[in-house]
Design a protein around this ligand. Structure first.
Ligand code: C2E
Ligand code: MG
Ligand code: MG
Length: 761
C-alpha cells in the first residue's frame, strides 16, 4: 500500500469508526426503548407474584384457622356427646330406676355413679335430683359428699332441666317386651357448659328411666342424674392431642394476640363464660418457611438465565439495529463523501417546496459540477479522483454551513439546498462555492487545479416538484458549462426553451441520419510549396428550417444523445465512397472519443474499408487529445487495430488538452495538428511563437509530422514556416468545399492552386 492509499484507508477507517459509533448510539437508544419495558414488566410481574403469594398464604392460613375453629367447636360437641354416651348406660337402666327412683340406694349410687364415673370417666361431680329438682345424692371426686355441694350446680341444672322434663313428658308409655329383653326407651339427656365456682364444667343431665322396662318409673317425674367433668388441663391436653391443636388453653376472654384462634364458650343462657384459645397451624406460612430458600434459588437461577438470554438477545438486537441503521445510512448517503445522496436530497427538498408560503423567500437549488474532472480521473487514476471529490465535499461542508442539505448526486455533481433564500443569498453562496472549490488541492499527486461550474435555480413560487427544481438548476449548470465553465448561472425560463429546442434538434438530427441528408466537405492541407498533400473531411448538415447547423453544435449533441456512432459510421462510409478513386492525396477523417471507446469500432472500420475497397494507408484518423487520455483498454485496442490496418493517427487540436509525451508514444501518434488558437495568437505576442516553436520541436524530436490548422493570414503562415512547420490548413489555403470542387482542386487544378501560394523567402 502506498502512502496515498494508506492515508485514504486511515481516513476511511476514522469515518467508518465515527459512523459505527453513531449506529451504536442509535442501537443503544432503540435497545433501551425495547428492553426497558421488558425489565419493568418482568420486575412488576415478579412483585405482583410476590404480592399474590403473600395474599394467598394469608388467605390459606385464614381458611385453615377457620377450619380449626370449626373443628374445635365440633370437637367440643362430640366431647359432650361422648360424655352423654358414657353416662347413659348407668342411668338408663332398670336397676337405676329401682336404686334411684323407687327408693334411693346411696351405696348403689356411689358404686355406679359417683365412684364409677369418676374413676373411669373423670366425672368429678355426680348428683341425683328428684322429680322436684331437689338433690337427693351428691358425690365429689368419686366420694359421696354433702348435698350442699350441689348448690352451685343448681343454676346450671335448672337451665337444662326443662328440656329433660319436656322429653320425659313427651315420652310414650314404657312397654316392656313380652320376653322382657331389649331396650325399649330412648335416653333422655341434656348437656351444657357452665361456669361453676370459677371452673368450667361440662354438665350432663340424664333422666333416670328403665331400659328394658321391667321396672317402671314411680311417678310422672323421675329423678335426674347430673354428672359434670371439669374443663381442666388434663382434659384440654387430651382434647388438643386428639384434634391436633397447639397450645390449647382456657381463658376468661380473648387476648389481643392475633396469632391465636378462639372458640367462645357460652352457658345455656347464652352468657359468655370463657374462651378456648390455641395457636392455629399456619400451613401457608409453613410452606413459605420451607420453600423460601428453594424459591429464592429458583428465581435467582431464572433471573440468571433471563439475563443471559437478554444479553445475547441484546447483542443480536444491537447488531440488527446497527445493520439496519447502516443499511439506511447507505441507502441515503454517498459512501465516499458520506453526504446525502439523490434519494435523501429529494426527501428533504420535497417538504421545503411543499411548505412554501407568503413569508417564504424562496428555496435555492444550487448544482455544482467540477470542471474537467474526468481528465483528472483519466490522467491520475480513480484514487486521485476520489481524493478530489472528498476534498470538494469537505470544502462544501465548510463553506455551506447555512445550507439545508449538501448532497452528492454521483460522479462530480453536488447539490446544495438553501432554504429561505433570496437571489442575493443564493448568488453569494454560489460565488463562495466557486471561490472555495477553485483553490488548488495539494495532494500526494501534486498540486491539483480544480474548478467548478454552478447552476442555481431559485424557486419562488409554489407547486414546483423537486425533480423540476433540480432540472432547472441542472439547465443553469449546463449554461455555465457551455459559456466557458467556472461560473455561476441562474436559471431562466429561456433556458428551458433552449433545452426544448435542443431536444427538437436532436430529433431532427436523428431524422437526418436516417435520411442520410448529411454531407461531407473537404478542406485542403498544403505543404510549404503550396501543393495539396491532403484534405480533411468535415461533416455538414443543412437543416430544412435552421439552415447550416455547425458541426461544433451537432457533433457534441450527437455525442451526448448517443447518435455519434451512427453519425461516425455515415461519415466514414461517405468519405470512403467519395474518395475511393483518389490516389494523389491523403484524407483526414475526424473520429470522436466516443466512437473510439466503442468496442466494435475497429471491426466496423475494417468492414467499411473492405466494402469501399480503399487503402487505409491513404487515410488519417484525427483524434482529440482527450480521446486518448486514461487507460481505457477498448480505446487502446481500437487505436492499435486501426494502426495495424494501415491508418495513421493525427492528434487534433494539439495543445488544448492534456496530452503528455507518454500518450504520444503509447499510441504511436504520427502527426500533431497545432490548434488554431495558437495560430491565431501568432504575431500577438512572443509567447505564442515560443509555444508553437516548442510544439514543432517536440514533434521533430519524436519524429512526428506537424500541421498547423486555422491559418488565415500570410503572416501566420510565415511565422509557422519560421518555427519549422511544414504543412498548413486554413482559410488562407482554402475553405472546406464539396467533393466535386475538391476533386478539381487536387486534379489538374492542383498546380494552379499551389502557384497561388506565396513561396517562403
Ligand atoms: P476540427 O477537426 O479542428 O476541424 C477544423 C475546423 O476548423 C473546421 O470547422 C474548419 O471549417 C475550421 N477551419 C478551417 N480553417 C479555418 C480557418 O482558417 N479559420 C477558422 N476560424 N476556422 C477554420 P468545422 O467544419 O465547423 O468543424 C468543427 C469541428 O467539428 C471539427 O474541428 C471537428 O472537431 C468536428 N467535426 C467536423 N466534422 C466532423 C466529422 O465528420 N466527425 C467528427 N467526429 N467531428 C467532426
Ligand atoms: Mg479535425
Ligand atoms: Mg482541429
Amino acid at each position: 500500500m502506498n502512502r496515498v492509499q494508506a492515508r485514504r484507508a486511515g481516513g476511511v477507517r476514522t469515518a467508518s469508526r465515527q459512523l459505527n459509533q453513531r449506529f451504536e448510539r442509535v442501537s443503544d437508544r432503540r435497545k433501551a426503548r425495547l428492553f426497558r419495558p421488558i425489565v419493568v414488566m418482568t420486575l412488576g410481574g415478579l412483585a405482583l407474584h410476590v404480592l399474590l403469594a403473600v395474599f394467598l398464604v394469608f388467605k390459606f392460613d385464614k381458611v385453615a384457622s377457620t377450619r380449626e375453629q370449626q373443628m374445635v367447636q365440633n370437637g367440643l360437641q362430640s366431647q359432650l356427646s361422648e360424655l352423654d354416651a358414657v353416662v347413659m348406660p348407668q342411668v338408663n337402666w332398670d336397676v337405676a330406676v329401682k336404686a334411684l327412683d323407687h327408693k334411693l340406694d346411696p351405696v348403689w349410687a356411689d358404686t355406679n355413679l359417683g365412684d364409677y364415673l369418676y374413676t373411669f370417666n373423670r366425672f368429678t361431680r355426680a348428683f341425683v335430683v328428684d322429680g322436684s329438682g331437689t338433690p337427693i345424692y351428691a358425690a365429689v371426686m368419686g366420694k359421696r359428699s354433702s348435698l350442699d355441694s350441689y348448690r352451685s350446680f343448681d343454676a346450671a341444672v335448672k337451665s337444662v332441666m326443662p328440656r329433660i322434663r319436656a322429653a320425659e313428658a313427651a315420652r310414650p308409655p314404657i312397654r316392656p317386651r313380652a320376653d322382657g329383653t331389649g331396650i325399649v326407651t330412648q335416653p333422655i339427656q341434656a348437656n351444657a357448659i357452665a361456669r361453676i365456682d370459677g371452673q368450667i364444667f361440662l354438665v350432663i343431665a340424664t333422666l333416670v328411666q328403665p331400659d328394658t322396662g321391667r321396672i317402671l318409673p314411680r311417678g310422672p317425674r323421675a329423678p335426674v342424674a347430673i354428672t359434670a367433668t371439669p374443663v381442666d388441663a388434663v382434659m384440654l391436653k387430651a382434647f388438643a392431642g386428639r384434634y391436633m391443636v397447639d397450645d390449647l388453653r382456657l381463658n376468661d376472654a380473648r387476648t389481643s394476640d392475633e396469632r391465636r384462634a378462639y372458640v367462645d364458650l357460652y352457658d345455656p343462657e347464652g352468657k359468655p363464660i370463657g374462651v378456648l384459645g390455641w395457636t392455629p397451624r399456619r400451613p401457608g406460612l409453613m410452606l413459605v418457611r420451607q420453600l423460601w430458600l428453594p424459591a429464592l434459588l429458583a428465581i435467582a437461577l431464572m433471573a440468571l438465565i433471563a439475563w443471559i438470554v437478554m444479553r445475547s438477545g441484546a447483542a443480536i438486537f444491537s447488531e440488527l439495529v446497527a445493520s439496519e441503521a447502516r443499511a439506511k445510512h447507505l441507502a441515503f448517503h454517498d459512501p465516499l463523501t458520506r453526504l446525502p445522496n439523490r434519494a435523501l436530497l429529494f426527501e428533504r427538498l420535497h417538504p421545503m417546496l411543499a411548505r412554501f408560503d407568503a413569508d417564504h423567500s424562496g428555496v435555492a437549488v444550487i448544482c455544482v459540477d467540477l470542471d474537467r474532472f474526468k481528465d483528472v480521473n483519466d490522467t491520475l487514476g480513480h484514487h486521485a479522483g476520489d481524493l478530489l471529490i472528498e476534498t470538494v465535499a469537505n470544502r462544501l461542508r465548510a463553506v455551506c454551513q447555512d445550507a439545508a442539505v449538501i448532497a452528492r448526486l454521483g460522479g462530480d455533481e453536488f447539490v446544495v439546498l438553501l432554504d429561505r433564500a433570496d437571489r442575493a443569498a443564493a448568488g453569494a453562496m454560489a460565488q463562495r462555492i466557486l471561490a472555495e472549490v477553485r483553490k488548488p488541492v495539494d495532494s500526494e499527486y501534486g498540486r491539483l487545479q480544480v474548478a467548478c461550474s454552478v447552476g442555481v435555480a431559485l424557486i419562488e413560487q409554489p407547486g414546483i416538484e423537486p425533480s423540476e427544481a433540480l432540472r432547472w438548476a441542472d439547465l443553469a449548470l449546463y449554461r455555465s458549462k457551455d459559456s466557458g465553465r467556472t461560473r455561476v448561472t441562474f436559471f431562466e425560463p429561456a433556458m428551458d426553451a433552449a433545452l426544448r429546442s435542443r431536444r427538437s434538434l436532436e430529433a431532427d438530427l436523428r431524422q437526418a441520419l436516417g435520411d442520410e441528408t448529411l454531407s461531407m466537405v473537404y478542406q485542403p492541407q498544403v505543404d510549404r510549396s503550396g501543393a495539396v498533400v491532403a484534405v480533411e473531411a468535415l461533416v455538414r448538415w443543412t437543416h430544412p428550417e435552421r439552415g447550416n447547423v455547425p458541426p461544433g453544435v451537432f457533433v457534441p449533441l450527437a455525442e451526448e444523445c448517443g447518435l455519434i456512432l451512427a453519425l461516425g459510421e455515415l461519415v466514414l462510409r461517405r468519405v470512403f465512397e467519395e474518395t475511393a478513386g483518389w490516389n494523389r492525396v491523403r484524407i483526414a477523417i475526424n473520429v470522436s472519443a466516443v466512437q473510439l471507446r466503442s468496442p466494435g469500432f475497429a471491426a466496423l472500420v475494417t468492414r467499411l474499408v473492405a466494402r469501399a475497397g480503399v487503402d487505409p494507408a491513404r487515410y488519417e484518423i484525427e483524434l482529440t487529445e482527450t480521446a486518448l487520455l486514461g487507460d481505457d483498454p477498448v480505446t487502446a485496442g481500437n487505436v492499435e487495430a486501426l494502426k495495424r490496418l494501415g491508418f495513421s493517427i493525427a492528434l487534433d487540436d494539439f495543445g488544448t488538452g492534456y496530452s503528455s509525451l507518454s500518450v504520444l508514444q503509447r499510441f504511436s501518434v504520427d502527426k500533431i495538428k497545432i490548434d488554431r488558437s495558437f495560430v491565431a495568437a501568432l504575431g500577438g505576442n512572443d509567447e505564442s511563437e515560443a509555444l508553437v516553436d516548442a510544439m514543432v520541436k517536440l514533434a521533430r524530436a519524436l519524429n512526428l509530422s506537424v500541421i498547423a490548422e486555422g491559418v488565415e493570414t500570410e503572416g501566420q503562415r510565415d511565422r509557422l514556416v519560421m518555427c519549422g512547420c511544414r504543412e498548413f490548413q486554413g482559410h488562407l489555403i482554402g475553405h472546406p468545399m464539396p467533393v466535386d470542387k475538391i476533386a478539381v482542386l487536387i486534379g489538374e487544378e492542383q498546380v494552379r492552386a499551389a502557384a497561388a501560394l506565396k513561396r517562403p523567402a
